[in-house]
Every structure is written in structure tokens, then in C-alpha cells.
Design a protein around this ligand. Structure first.
Ligand SMILES: Cc1cc2nc3c(=O)[nH]c(=O)nc-3n(C[C@H](O)[C@H](O)[C@H](O)COP(=O)(O)OP(=O)(O)OC[C@H]3O[C@@H](n4cnc5c(N)ncnc54)[C@H](O)[C@@H]3O)c2cc1C
Ligand code: FES
Length: 270
């Protein structure tokens, strides 16, 4: 874990109103980070500025020593973060958490993102694309409320063009792609037995529905789970989630910040 109290902001761009892409210079973190890990950002003008805000590492440029965050403005901290300008400095800690596991041998994968859930999955796609072994079949499924809120769809299409499988889009209002939730696309992929592992991130209900589908079809999944966090390093237990869904057994509470944020889909009690 690296503490970088002066990570310079390289750029801050608006993807659409309320959704930003922030790139910072932090060579030590970007060189050691793996997909699924996150950083904690201190947002100084906040009253509780000792409490940092967690964000998935969305992409890295190891050569330049840069990493990016993709975030939605949902409250005071993210609103303040969105006002930060190029060449300002941020106090960050990372990389934190466990990250995704890419099992040997499994080559038929689905990446399912609900909205901003694409944030950590983009980094996973970036790593898979760097891998010399090009025999991956990867179905990338992107969900959004409306076409205007689709996140980086063109960039994702070019990032994934070396994989067979392709990118499919679902929007709630049908303005782009399939009309309906992205879980309907996932159901299609699972029912046709196209994949051996599903990586997913998105809202709680999206993960809950996806986990039930994976169980029904007997397919493994790794989900990036979010809980409200305080310390981010395992000390305060504010981020626990309930695991162990076996009937009759005691639930086990795990800390999302150090036992996760990535959990196997059959582990979490949604
Ligand atoms: C491991 C991890 C990775 C994350 N990665 C990203 C990311 O890549 N992009 C992104 O946009 N967001 C991400 N989040 C959520 C992000 O941390 C929160 O949106 C942010 O902390 C909100 O801060 P705020 O001060 O703006 O909002 P607050 O004023 O603190 O809260 C505003 C609203 O956001 C909700 N909220 C706050 N924290 C969380 C949280 N941890 N999870 C879910 N809802 C929350 C609150 O319930 C409330 O409704 C991640 C969270 C975790 C735990
Ligand atoms: S945030 Fe403190 S234990 Fe996870």
C-alpha cells in the first residue's frame, strides 16, 4: 500500500454531466495496481476530510505512471472532486483490496457492467488485451439508463476488438441497443452456454439478479462489490458484507476493503 500525498492531476474530463474521468500521476500505485483494486482519495474541503472516498482504478498507463478514476457525482465529496483542476494535487492511498483473479484455462468470459460499474472492468479489459494469449472469447455487456449515459462505448469497442465475442449494449429506454436491463443480455449469454466466468460490477440489484442467474446456470462469477467505507484498510469494520449463503450455516461478515472488493458471486449473500 502506497501513500502518495501529492498526486498531480493530469486531466479531468466530463464524460457526460455528472460523470467524470480523472487522471492522476502516481507512478508507484499505477505500476503495482491490478484490475479490481481501488484507491482512497482524501477530499480536503470536506468536513470529514480524514475520511477518504474509495474509487476503483479505472485504467493505468504504467509507462507514464498515471492512473485514472471514472466516477459519478453523487454527493458532496464527488462534487468537490469534480471541481479539481489540472495540476492540482490529491492525497491518495492505494492500491487497496484484492482485485480480480484471472484463472488459468478459462478463456470464455463475460464482462457485465451496469452503468458506472464499467470503472474497474475497463482496467480488466485493458489487462486482458495486453495479454499475449489472444484466444480469449469475451462478451462485453454494457448497461445504461439511456444512450446519453453510455460510458466510453467506442473506446471499449476498440479495446476489445482483438477478442471474439463483441460488445453488446442495453439501455433501459431502448435509445441504444437492446431495450431493457443488461441482465437480459447476460441471461442470453448464459443460456447459450457461451462463457465459463462472468466478471461484473454495478448497482446492488444488478449484482443480486446476476448472481441468481449464475447460480441457475452453474457458471462462476467474480463481482466487484461496494459498501460505504471509512478507513479502507481493514481497521474499522464499517464496510462489512454478509457472505456464506449455505443454508443452515452461520453467515460470515467480511470486510469489503481487504477481503474484497472482488468476491466470488456464490459467496455474497445479496
Ligand atoms: C471499492 C469501491 C470502489 C468504488 N469505485 C467507484 C468508482 O469507480 N466510481 C464511482 O463513481 N464510485 C465508486 N465507488 C462509490 C464512491 O466511493 C461513492 O460514490 C463516493 O464515496 C460518494 O462520495 P460523496 O461524498 O460524493 O457522497 P456521499 O455524500 O458520501 O453520499 C452520497 C450518496 O452516495 C452513496 N454512497 C456513498 N458511498 C458509497 C459507496 N461506497 N458505495 C455506494 N454508494 C455510496 C450514499 O449512500 C449516498 O446516497 C466505489 C466504492 C467502493 C467501496
Ligand atoms: S473501511 Fe474500515 S474496515 Fe473496511
Amino acid at each position: 500500500m502506497i501513500h502518495n500525498p501529492k498526486a498531480r492531476i493530469v486531466s479531468q474530463k466530463m464524460i457526460f454531466p455528472g460523470c467524470c474521468l480523472l487522471t492522476i500521476s502516481s507512478p508507484e500505485i499505477s505500476r503495482t495496481a491490478k484490475p479490481g483494486q481501488f484507491i482512497q482519495v482524501r477530499i480536503l474541503p470536506l468536513l470529514d476530510s480524514t475520511l477518504r472516498r474509495p474509487f476503483s482504478i479505472h485504467r493505468v498507463d504504467r509507462e507514464k505512471g498515471e492512473l485514472s478514476l471514472l466516477y459519478r457525482v453523487v454527493g458532496r465529496g464527488t462534487a468537490l472532486l469534480s471541481m479539481e483542476k489540472e495540476d492540482n494535487f490529491l492525497d491518495v492511498i492505494g492500491p487497496l483490496g484484492n482485485g480480480f483473479n484471472i484463472p488459468e484455462g478459462k478463456k470464455k468470459l463475460a464482462i457485465a457492467a451496469g452503468g458506472i460499474g464499467i470503472a474497474p472492468l475497463f482496467f480488466l479489459l485493458q489487462e486482458l488485451a495486453l495479454n499475449d494469449n489472444k484466444d480469449y472469447v469475451i462478451y462485453t455487456l454494457l448497461g445504461a439508463r439511456t444512450g446519453e449515459e453510455l460510458i466510453l462505448a467506442d473506446e471499449i469497442a476498440s479495446l476489445t476488438e482483438s477478442f471474439s465475442g463483441g460488445v453488446r449494449i442495453a439501455t433501459d429506454d431502448g435509445t441504444v441497443g437492446h431495450r431493457g436491463p443488461v441482465t437480459e443480455l447476460l441471461e442470453e449469454v448464459l443460456a447459450n452456454r457461451l462463457v465459463e466466468m462472468v466478471y461484473a460490477c454495478g448497482p446492488h440489484d444488478f449484482l443480486r439478479v446476476s448472481a441468481a442467474m449464475l447460480e441457475k446456470h452453474g457458471v462462476a462469477g467474480q463481482f466487484s462489490v461496494e459498501e460505504r467505507m471509512a478507513c479502507g484498510i481493514g481497521a474499522c469494520y464499517s464496510c462489512v458484507c454478509k457472505t456464506n449463503r449455505n443454508k443452515g450455516e452461520q453467515p460470515v461478515y467480511k470486510r469489503v476493503c481487504i477481503d474484497g472488493p472482488v468476491f466470488y458471486a456464490n459467496e455474497v449473500a445479496f
